[in-house]
Design a protein around this ligand. Structure first.
Ligand code: GLY
Ligand code: MN
Ligand code: MN
Length: 441
């Protein structure tokens, strides 16, 4: 029986086929190949990092862990999937294709890439997307990753189909349960490692299936933006907990951050609430036509207002933003596109291909476009107490405007980030993350 998801996927494939047909036609190619990727061993080793298929492949077929598969598109023809199922007794070969997605492809089971590679070697008017180190075997005639074609396919991915929206919403629902379980573990005094294990258990996904390594940061570790360790030692004090972790659904990511504290830390708790209010206001601003670089400046003004009201810095928000002082407390971008990649493609380029660099003062911003219906963005303002930046601020001409005794009291809490995934629509923005948390209540 057909489900509504089956219909969404059918339309998704129809859209992708139309977009690819149009691009091939306009750029003068007869056919397009998209490779899923191949694991690469570490130097002088037979082990490799966890494998994840290339996003241009995953954005078409829901096989985020399939190795050495190849999609073949030709205008007007049902796309073909060269589906690699090695006869392997070391690893489990991929399961047989499931009908709900496989019916949209002509499936060609193969044992290895050498079964498909000779067919395409030196074929003219053929474009291929994948790792050049792997695809170079196709010979000089094949156009590997031609930029105009890559741009068109990436551009299509900036406006999510109904299927992709549902995958992103489902990835949010999965991760929200993990966040709730992780917060409970924090309140019990668990270590970072224990919290991580609790998160994965609740999400029901192994770490290798996660769209990015979760950031599990207790206390001052919350000041390390991409904190990568997970200490097995329980903390001597439970001050704060920042969790930046998502989940996967058919290759689509959620990317959610929450920050918690305990009621006895009233000053930090008030700061968390103030950042949360600013974040919700920003989420409401994710509307068609809004420029994301402008929204990023709004985020700085909002965080600067929190910094001022909390009595941390004696400057107006405008002056804090103008002078760069807000950047010491919020050194990363407001957000990015989200999809089959956590930091999804074409955030810094316009639809016509014009490069849109981030503002000079905010080089880490990953999205500078005007928003359109169908975009899915993260909204992730923060307020941190980062030792190396605070030292710089102290030495700067603005150092005397800072109430250092208050800042020092907050330093052990590390910082705050609140991150939601928001769908831009013709109407009000749809906050996939808050909807997911609300559904748990
Ligand atoms: N989790 C990475 C990010 O928020 O961009
Ligand atoms: Mn993010
Ligand atoms: Mn994140």
């Amino acid at each position: 029986m057909l489900t509504s998801d089956d219909l969404l996927y059918a339309r998704h494939i129809e859209d992708r086929r139309d977009q690819i047909d149009a691009a091939l036609n306009e750029l003068g190619y007869d056919a397009l190949l998209i490779h899923s990727g191949r694991p690469k061993n570490r130097l002088f080793d037979d082990q490799h990092p966890p494998f994840r298929a290339h996003a241009p492949f995953v954005a078409i077929v829901p096989l985020p862990f399939a190795e050495d598969c190849l999609l073949e598109f030709q205008a007007g023809r049902k796309p073909r999937l060269w589906f690699c199922q090695p006869q392997d007794f070391w690893h489990l070969p991929p399961a047989d294709p499931e009908n709900w997605w496989a019916e949209h492809f002509q499936i060609e089971p193969v044992g290895s890439a050498s079964d498909w590679e000779p067919r395409f070697r030196n074929r003219r008017a053929l474009a291929a997307i994948g790792d050049p180190g792997v695809l170079d075997g196709l010979g000089d005639e094949v156009a590997i990753n031609p930029p105009e074609l890559l741009h068109r396919l990436a551009e299509a991915r900036t406006r999510k189909t109904a299927w992709e929206r549902e995958c992103l919403a489902a990835a949010n629902r999965r991760a929200a349960g993990g966040h709730v379980a992780a917060a409970a573990a924090f309140r019990r005094g668990a270590s970072e490692l224990e919290i991580q294990l609790e998160y994965l258990r609740a999400v029901g996904q192994d770490q290798d299936a996660q769209p990015y390594p979760g950031i599990v940061a207790l206390n001052e570790h919350a000041a390390v933006l991409h904190y990568q360790n997970r200490s097995a030692d329980p903390p001597s004090k439970c001050l704060s907990f920042l969790l930046d972790a998502g989940a996967d659904h058919h290759g689509y990511a959620s990317d959610i951050t929450r920050t918690w504290t305990l009621p006895e830390h009233a000053e930090f708790a008030a700061l968390v609430n103030a950042v949360d209010l600013q974040q919700q206001r920003l989420c409401e601003s994710m509307r068609p036509g809004a420029n994301f670089a402008d929204l990023h400046r709004q985020a700085h003004l909002g965080i600067a207002e929190v910094v001022r009201v909390s009595g941390l810095v004696d400057m107006s928000p405008d002056d804090m933003v103008e002078s760069g002082v807000s950047g010491y407390f919020l050194p990363h971008g407001l957000g990015h596109f989200l999809g089959a990649q956590v930091h999804d493609v074409n955030g810094l380029v316009a639809a016509d291909g014009e490069v849109l660099p981030p503002p000079a003062q905010h080089p880490f911003l990953r999205l500078s476009r005007n928003l359109e219906p169908g975009n899915v963005v993260t909204v992730e303002p923060g307020l941190y107490f980062i030792p190396v930046l605070l030292d710089k601020l102290r030495r700067s001409e603005h150092g005397r405007r800072v109430r250092w005794e208050r800042v020092e009291a907050l330093r052990p809490f590390g910082g705050i980030r609140i991150e939601d995934n928001v769908l831009v629509s013709e109407g009000d923005p749809v906050n996939l993350t808050r909807q997911a948390f609300a559904a748990l209540e």
